[in-house]
Design a protein around this ligand. Structure first.
Ligand SMILES: N[C@@H](CCC(=O)N[C@@H](CS)C(=O)NCC(=O)O)C(=O)O
Length: 188
């Protein structure tokens, strides 16, 4: 939204998820966010689709993946960043929403996710030099920045240790006005 300067056209409403009887379920039965209700009343779910819709709304898409090999490369990187983010939100859910005694005693989910996130940080420490991660702003970069910020701010994970290139990349990314404007309170 900020990248495309659509703040005045899109109303942001906080939804209550994972709560029995939330009024949000009448809007989006899946109960997941993000969800965008278009001007014609039709709703759409999922960050990838919503980003593409908002990107096209002014007729000059800035984030459309290039065609051919480069497009596949970009989607490969984005899928990897999204996979990291999906694991982190499972970890965050375990930590933030479940009372201690309800946490899975055998498969300590957050240990599993912590290990996954370590492997993913190792992978990204190498992959971050990919030209598409250093070139013009794209959705692979957005998704990775969201994942790393979530890991720092919500999970308070020490992922920066041993990943200096990734840490420097995120610091650079956080200087971009749209990223800076949407960092939740609490800093980097
Ligand atoms: N891949 C989806 C992920 C959506 C997703 O998992 N959203 C979570 C955010 S934590 C959610 O709404 N969870 C609520 C629930 O599980 O009921 C996307 O990028 O939009």
């Amino acid at each position: 939204m900020v990248e495309k300067r659509l703040e005045a056209r899109v109303e942001v409403i906080e939804a209550r998820t994972r709560v029995a009887g939330s009024p949000y379920y009448a809007i989006n039965p899946s109960g997941r966010v993000p969800y965008l209700v278009r001007d014609d009343g039709v709703g759409m779910e999922g960050s990838e689709l919503i980003c593409e819709y908002l990107d096209r709304i002014d007729g000059t898409p800035a984030f459309a993946p290039p065609s051919g090999e480069q497009g596949l490369e970009l989607r490969r990187l984005e899928a990897s960043a999204r996979s990291m983010m999906d694991g982190l939100t499972v970890w965050g859910r375990e930590l933030r929403h479940r009372p201690e005694e309800e946490r899975s005693p055998t498969i300590l989910e957050h240990e599993h996710e912590r290990e996954r996130s370590r492997r993913m940080a190792d992978l990204w420490e190498k992959e971050i030099d990919h030209p598409l991660m250093r070139g013009p702003f794209n959705l692979a970069q957005v998704t990775l920045a969201c994942a790393l910020l979530y890991e720092s701010q919500i999970l308070r994970s020490p992922w920066r240790e041993g990943h200096p290139k990734l840490a420097a990349w995120l610091d650079e990314m956080a200087r971009r006005p749209s990223v800076a404007a949407t960092i939740p309170p609490g800093g980097l």
